[in-house]
Design a protein around this ligand. Structure first.
Ligand code: TXA
Ligand code: MG
Length: 327
């Protein structure tokens, strides 16, 4: 389904529009919702296909991991493991503009695409009444980046969202301007001490006061590509990737697109989208890569992916996964 052919309905938050928006989300639709930080573009975080729709609507050139929005710490526990410090921070700042990046729980249902293939997950419990009502009625965590086209500023009113995404999403639920007008603060709690990953609406000082300890900051990943213990920012398969392949050798695994690879004994072989649909291909990218990597072939041969639409983001991610790295 082409994202730019949707009819976008704009409605002020009410019991009826919240119920309609939640039903749309459960059916895999795209709904812009108000939060206390900025307006978010929400989709069912448990569905790779719904999440692929977010990237298509925003025309994002890369798959950055997304924040899954939950009601509270109890529902968050299904998806992530809370250590002592994460627990403390959630108790101090949820609901509110704090996002925690945590190790996934074995029961995590947040889709691999929303996590960009990582074994960590970003969770936030928003305080905005309408956002909370929609999460509760949808009954699933909601993946929601800021509701703007890629490269534009984050929207703080429904009118901003409409200007950027009209015709590309299903609903805009309006509830006045966002209170903070600044994204949530992101803190990683992944073993070493808590780390400030993105400054935002809650100050470093407030977080340090709650923790009773200073907060480490990330060194930009580009500056220390192989530093041990750095926050893993990209999913990387163990196997080498051979991109733009026309065929796959018998000892290779094969990642096909629209049946482009010549028939061969390569095994296993998975197709990102037999019909050539790039949104479907995006939704399958990380789960297929993981399944092929698990089969232990030294090399995964990857069919050419067209550069149009979500193909640009798929190719960006494949190139990063194929780049030489310390093993
Ligand atoms: O205030 C906000 O946080 C807004 C509202 C809508 O909730 N959302 C938002 O989402 O700003 P977005 O997608 O624009 O930013 C998400 C940030 C990205 O910088 C991403 O890299 C980071 O969260 N992130 C998500 N999951 C991560 C993970 N597993 N590890 C590291 N960073 C992660
Ligand atoms: Mg953003």
């Amino acid at each position: 389904m082409a994202p730019y052919r949707r009819k976008t309905r704009l409605a002020v938050a009410s019991a009826e529009t919240i119920a309609a928006a939640a039903a749309c989300l459960r059916a895999g639709g795209l709904v812009a919702i108000p939060t206390e930080t900025v307006y978010g573009l929400a989709a069912d975080a448990t569905s790779d296909m719904a999440v692929a729709g977010i990237y298509a609507a925003k025309a994002r050139p890369a798959f950055n991991p997304l924040i899954a929005h939950v009601l509270n710490i109890e529902t968050a526990r299904e998806h992530a493991r809370f250590g002592r410090q994460a627990e403390l921070l959630a108790r101090a700042f949820w609901p509110g503009p704090l996002t925690l990046v945590l190790p996934v729980a074995s029961t995590c249902r947040v889709s691999l695409l929303a996590r960009a293939g990582l074994d960590t997950v970003a969770l936030r419990s928003p305080s905005h009444e309408t956002a909370r009502a929609i999460i509760e009625a949808a009954g699933v965590p909601l993946a929601a980046p800021s509701a703007n086209r890629s490269g534009r500023v984050s929207p703080t009113t429904a009118a901003h969202v409409l200007a950027d995404l009209d015709g590309r999403i299903d609903w805009i639920v309006a509830a006045g301007p966002s209170l903070h007008g600044l994204e949530s603060t992101i803190v990683g709690c992944l073993g070493a001490g808590p780390t400030l990953l993105r400054p935002g609406a809650i100050t470093r000082e407030a977080i340090e006061a709650a923790l009773g300890a200073p907060l480490a900051s990330t060194t930009p990943i580009e500056a220390t590509p192989n530093a041990p213990g750095r926050l893993e920012s990209h999913y990387a398969p163990r196997a080498d990737l051979r991109l733009d392949a026309r065929d796959a050798a018998a000892d290779e695994a094969a990642l096909d697109f629209a049946g482009a690879l010549a028939p061969s004994a390569a095994h296993p072989r998975l197709d990102l989208s037999p019909s050539g649909d790039l949104v479907e291909a995006a939704s399958n990218l990380f789960s297929h890569l993981r399944a092929l990597d698990a089969a232990d072939a030294p090399v995964i041969a990857v069919a050419p992916i067209p550069q149009r639409g979500l193909g640009a983001a798929i190719n960006d991610r494949l190139r990063r996964a194929a780049a030489p790295r310390g093993k």
